[in-house]
Design a protein around this ligand. Structure first.
Ligand SMILES: Cc1cc2nc3c(=O)[nH]c(=O)nc-3n(C[C@H](O)[C@H](O)[C@H](O)COP(=O)(O)OP(=O)(O)OC[C@H]3O[C@@H](n4cnc5c(N)ncnc54)[C@H](O)[C@@H]3O)c2cc1C
Length: 261
């Protein structure tokens, strides 16, 4: 039977653009271009490598996000994934990690899976907890933050590097894993891949399709609440140190004053 791999990919605001909060203190997603979270490219890469090694495998990429989040799916499809699932609903506005994991769990159950692959963290929210919550919701084992991994004999195994030690870990499938940015460079989509991605199927689901109510997600269903937000202060002009023999000293004093050294 085919190995069903599902990759969770997030559409995030471009970190090189200016980001702002909307009036309700959620990220103003309209004001900035988005893209596939760079850290999720590693997840797609690992899923594709596992699929290439398996006799028979199918890679589905799933995202919970606004209309433009299909861009993230298309990028993953152009890298080589087979199909996409896009959960989109106006009531998702303001959904926190608990709501997002609930929606993902429902979508993944509906799709069917043996292995769920996530990135180590998103490049915008950056909590890194979604894979663990997702595994709990699906009722399956989790092995997170893998830097090396393989799938064989109905198990996923890999190496997890910590500050003090490297652990060898494994879990029986079905399971949820997350992979780090040291798991292996993500491939660039080829021209052929980009063209092929345009024709690959993307299923769009809303809350009703997943038997979810609006109150379970959105700002209403969120466990966390943003109370206030302050825009980053505008950048001030830098200080130019002219080296007239004392340059190094002045530089060291500048860094020490700001507690960098
Ligand atoms: C329309 C919309 C509005 C939102 N508004 C808010 C808000 O106001 N406040 C708030 O706290 N959160 C909001 N969220 C949710 C938020 O953006 C995150 O998706 C969620 O909180 C997960 O946290 P994280 O990104 O830090 O996940 P992490 O735990 O850092 O992510 C780890 C991994 O989980 C997977 N993942 C995470 N998010 C998604 C996703 N959306 N789809 C697919 N895979 C994913 C990726 O593989 C990622 O690498 C909103 C989401 C959507 C879609």
């Amino acid at each position: 039977m085919s190995l069903r791999i599902v990759v969770c990919v997030k559409y995030v605001p471009d970190a090189t653009g200016d980001r702002h909060f909307a009036e309700d203190l959620t990220t103003d997603r309209e004001a900035v271009d988005g893209l596939l979270s760079e850290l999720d490219e590693y997840a797609v890469e690992q899923a594709l490598r596992i699929a290439e090694e398996a006799d028979d495998a199918e890679v589905t990429v799933v995202t919970v996000g606004p209309e433009d989040a299909t861009d993230a799916l298309r990028k993953a499809l152009s890298m080589g994934a087979d199909k996409g699932v896009h959960v989109e609903d106006d009531d998702l506005h303001g959904t926190d990690v608990f709501g997002t994991s609930l929606v993902l769990a429902k979508a993944i159950e509906k799709t069917g899976y043996d292995l769920v692959v996530c990135g180590m963290a998103s490049t915008d929210g950056g909590m890194g907890v979604l894979p663990a919550i997702l595994a709990e919701r699906l009722g399956v084992p989790q092995v997170t933050l893998l830097t090396e991994l393989s799938v064989a004999d109905g198990k996923v195994s890999g190496r997890r590097d910590g500050d003090a030690a490297s652990e060898q870990v494994e879990a029986a499938l079905p399971a949820v894993i997350s992979v780090t940015d040291r798991s292996g460079e993500a491939r660039y989509p080829s021209f052929k891949g980009i063209m092929a991605a345009k024709k690959k199927p993307v299923e769009t689901l809303d809350l009703e399709d997943l038997d979810l109510e609006a109150e379970q997600v959105g700002l209403e269903g969120a466990y966390t609440k943003v109370l206030s937000a302050t825009e980053r202060p505008a950048r001030t002009a830098g200080e130019i140190v002219t080296d007239e023999g004392e340059g190094a000293k002045l530089l060291a004093a500048f860094l020490a004053e700001r507690k960098f050294i």
